[in-house]
Design a protein around this ligand. Structure first.
Ligand code: AMP
Length: 115
């Protein structure tokens, strides 16, 4: 996607602090962190949002969770725990239209996830 900021990060047209990369997935630190560890994990394939997922993407999404597991250990938040957030659409507060999984950790997170 031409004007997708995350596609530009994938193509290295925009710099980012990458913590993981393979042929299908890339993960980088959020530019506006909401927790001591705030990482975005995204598929390299442009999928606009969770609602645009297709059955053929099932393996890819499974792989994303395996990558999240690896990153949690890499960031040493595996023992204390962390939260995964996927915002979807307008009401879900999705600002970037490229499917992404927020990893939030490094502190005790609040319980209010709906405001
Ligand atoms: P969402 O509201 O779920 O769409 O989250 C989008 C996230 O992308 C926000 O937390 C932003 O801070 C983050 N973000 C936007 N642009 C960049 C960028 N260039 N590098 C890293 N994170 C970004």
């Amino acid at each position: 996607m031409e004007d997708c900021i995350f596609c530009k990060i994938i193509k290295k047209e925009i710099s980012s602090n990458i913590v993981y990369e393979d042929s299908d997935i890339i993960a980088f630190r959020d530019i506006n962190p909401l927790a001591p560890v705030h990482i975005l994990v995204i598929p390299k394939k442009h999928i606009s949002s969770l609602i645009d997922l297709e059955e053929k993407d099932e393996l890819l999404i499974g792989k994303i969770y395996t990558v999240i597991n690896k990153i949690a250990k890499q960031e040493k938040i595996n023992e204390n725990g962390f939260r995964i957030v996927v915002n979807c659409g307008k009401d879900g507060g999705q600002e970037v239209q490229h499917l992404h999984f927020h990893i939030l950790g490094g502190k005790k997170l609040g319980t209010k996830i709906c405001e």
